[in-house]
Design a protein around this ligand. Structure first.
Ligand code: ADP
Ligand code: MG
Length: 339
């Protein structure tokens, strides 16, 4: 029998890995914006064309890369953010897997421009199908611009399964809102087909929520603030009479990262027990800070699910704090809407 096993070439391995990281244009938005934050940017611009199907571009004023890093960042497992497995439990960056840019470069045409603050010139690189098409020395401002064009151009089956422009745009806006809400101290803007969608200036949490969801939100917000040995909890819940017919504005952040966790979401909704009309859902914007060694972020490629050491304690504190805050703001049970 001849040998039958062979190692897949890098570009094939990258295309396979890309399936996990990049489901749709919104995944590219998330990865690029997170990289900009990790680079210390204070101003992040998102440009979209055709619901991200033809262009997703993120321009930041972060620290930029030198010519060597600019090339290396597209390699798989290339990261400046961790050095060993131990670092996974002491993370202070959004990224750490070193997979995003390699994945994106495997399934789109990518144009990178980047410059360090104290260098005269920057680097421009074009990539198509994982391989470097050109590299040039250019004049450009400090920071990084990454343009991702024609997503899935080389995987027609994936491109075909993208949803309508309206749906893909909704996903992009969701990601944009999550990142912008997690970082009120950073300025963000978003343009779609050259129309401005968001222009968010540096602000605080309350103002950021209002800037995104409209001025009516301001009067609805009940502040949440609690600090214990195992957590610090800040943010807002909306008063129960403003609850929505569909589960929409529910944002839960852990150490500045948007996460999905139905158990902890339940802790919040259970604090509203008896206050909500049947079939309505409370809005909330909650920011949990816990020690980085008490969570495991490396359980899902998109990092929107995390594992907590002490989920039960968090549940109890979360529920009690939200309940207490609602009580303080005179929204304790007055009417039983459920009857
Ligand atoms: P990760 O974020 O997990 O490290 P990525 O593939 O997203 O992996 O990025 C690879 C590396 O490229 C990063 O670790 C970082 O050093 C560099 N990089 C990516 N985007 C930027 C950016 N906007 N500004 C500066 N450096 C960047
Ligand atoms: Mg990254």
């Amino acid at each position: 029998m001849p040998n039958t096993i062979q190692l897949l070439p890098d570009h094939v391995a990258n295309q396979i890995a890309a399936g996990e990281v990049v489901q749709r244009p919104a995944s590219v938005v998330k990865e690029l914006m997170e990289n900009a934050i990790d680079a210390g940017a204070t101003d992040i611009k998102l440009l979209i064309k055709d619901a991200g199907k033809n262009l997703v571009q993120v321009i930041d004023n972060g620290k930029g890369m030198n010519a060597y890093d600019a090339k290396l960042c597209f390699e798989r497992h290339a990261t400046s953010k961790i050095k060993n497995a131990q670092d996974l439990f002491n993370l202070h960056t959004k990224g750490f897997r070193g997979e995003a840019l390699a994945s994106i470069a495997a399934i789109a045409q990518v144009e990178l421009k980047t410059k360090l603050e104290d260098e005269e010139v920057g680097t421009a690189i074009k990539i198509e199908g994982s391989s470097i098409g050109s590299q040039e020395v250019i004049a450009c401002p400090k920071g990084t611009s990454i343009a991702v064009k024609n997503l899935f151009f080389n995987i027609p089956a994936r491109r075909k399964f993208l949803k309508s422009d309206a749906i893909e745009t909704r996903h992009i806006i969701d990601e944009f809102q999550r990142v912008a809400l997690a970082h009120p101290q950073i300025a963000f803007s978003m343009h779609h087909n050259n129309n401005e969608v968001y222009h968010l200036t540096v602000s605080n949490l309350r103002k950021r929520v209002v800037a995104i969801f409209g001025s009516k939100m301001n009067e609805k917000l009940v502040p949440i603030d609690e600090n214990t040995d195992i957590l610090s909890l800040q943010g807002f819940v909306a008063k129960p009479n403003f609850a929505k017919k569909k589960r929409g504005e529910q944002f839960f952040f852990v150490n500045d990262r948007f996460i999905k966790n139905s158990y902890l979401n339940h802790a919040v909704s259970s604090a509203f027990e008896g206050l909500l009309e049947h079939g309505t859902y409370p809005s909330y914007f909650l920011y949990l800070t816990v020690p980085s060694d008490s969570i495991d972020i490396n359980i899902h490629p998109t990092k929107t699910e995390i594992k907590f050491d002490n989920e039960k304690d968090l549940y109890a504190i979360l529920r009690a704090t939200v309940k207490h805050s609602l009580g303080q703001y005179n929204v304790a049970p007055v009417l039983d809407f459920n009857r």
